[in-house]
Design a protein around this ligand. Structure first.
Ligand SMILES: Nc1nc2c(ncn2[C@@H]2O[C@H](COP(=O)(O)OP(=O)(O)OP(=O)(O)O)[C@@H](O)[C@H]2O)c(=O)[nH]1
Ligand SMILES: [Mg+2]
Length: 310
């Protein structure tokens, strides 16, 4: 504001133009009660409020209100045009300012001096930032279930948590990652994610591809669910090798995580022979379970807990 004090008994009141307020910021805030980016998908243009102009009597204008957009924990923010990584929102409550509001201008009061008593100068505010961002959600879970289609991942998660994904005898029943929470007797809990089935060549796009494996990137432990009965006519130990290879192609870091191998469908008669061969060829000690009958699940959940909290 450029203004001068004019008052009946105050001669030469002098300059008194105040500053403008700053524009609002656009802020993303991780919120554990939000579970998808859907609301931003439908309202992608977000604009914070303008700052208010300064006034006479050295009054500073109001700052513009910020826009705080809740996003799920595990959201990564990238600049859409340059692809540059801007930040991660992992813990509940963390905030990331993605576009700062412009600064307010300065009023003519600032230009006063004994030799410059009628300053008409004032400065304009600056423009706020404007940009396009790409938001990517990587679910934050403690444990990721990885396996071939039909291995029984969904059966397992539905038995150990309250998640109820569809379970059916055809491949690729699960096409989106499903979250479930396992509760323990000591009131602790672990978040488990059921990742859609992987097949050989997933890194080249076969099946549903390996894009979903990014959800495994943030897990502490990976559980490989193997169909030990070989219901779909594959060799279980081959499955194990292929799964490891696909994990490596996706992100070599994944294989450095603690890996828990689970032999599912042990209720079927073929499974025992396969398991013997599996142990010999892979030198692993899989936990034997039957997700369908609920056998051996306690050992799995306990092992998950042990690996997650060393
Ligand atoms: N006999 C037996 N069948 C099982 C067991 N666990 C799962 N199944 C069956 O295997 C089939 C596939 O199970 P799902 O849990 O849907 O397998 P999934 O790994 O989630 O498969 P996708 O979602 O397609 O990747 C279903 O018909 C289940 O009933 C088990 O322990 N024993
Ligand atoms: Mg499934």
């Amino acid at each position: 504001m450029c203004s001068f004090r004019r008052e009946k008994f105050i001669p030469h009141g002098g300059p008194d133009g105040g500053d403008g307020g700053r524009g609002g910021h656009v802020i993303l805030k991780a919120d554990r009660d939000v579970d998808s980016l859907l609301s931003l998908y439908y309202a992608p243009h977000q604009r914070a409020k303008d700052g208010r102009p300064g006034g006479g009597a050295r009054m500073t204008g109001h700052d513009g209100a910020d826009v705080v957009l809740p996003v799920p924990c595990g959201t990564s923010v990238y600049n859409r045009d340059s692809g540059a990584f801007i930040g991660d929102l992992v813990d509940d409550g963390t905030e990331l300012v993605i576009a700062r509001g412009g600064k307010g201008g300065r009023g003519n009061w600032h230009w006063r001096s004994p030799s410059h008593q009628v300053p008409m100068e004032h400065s304009d505010g600056t423009e706020g930032e404007e940009l396009y961002v790409r938001l990517e959600l990587k679910l934050v879970a403690d444990v990721g279930l990885v396996g071939y289609p039909n291995a029984g991942k969904s059966s397992l998660i539905s038995k150990i948590s309250k998640a109820h994904p569809k379970v059916a005898a055809y491949p690729f029943t699960t096409i989106n990652p499903i979250m479930g929470t396992v509760f323990y007797d000591d009131y602790s809990s672990l978040r488990v994610v059921d990742i859609p089935g992987l097949i050989e060549g997933a890194h080249t796009g076969a099946g549903l591809g390996h894009a979903f494996l990014r959800h495994a990137e943030r897990t502490k432990v990976i559980v490989l669910v193997i169909d030990m009965a070989g219901v779909d006519g594959r060799k279980p130990y081959e499955d194990y090798r292929v799964l490891r290879r696909e994990l490596k192609h996706c992100n070599p870091e994944l294989l450095k995580r603690p890996l828990l191998v689970v032999a599912n469908k042990m209720d079927l008669p073929e499974a025992a022979a396969h398991l013997k061969e599996f142990k010999r060829k892979t030198r692993t000690k899989p936990l034997e379970i039957s997700a369908q009958d609920g056998v051996g699940l306690k050992a799995v959940t306990q092992a998950m807990k042990k690996l997650c909290k060393p």
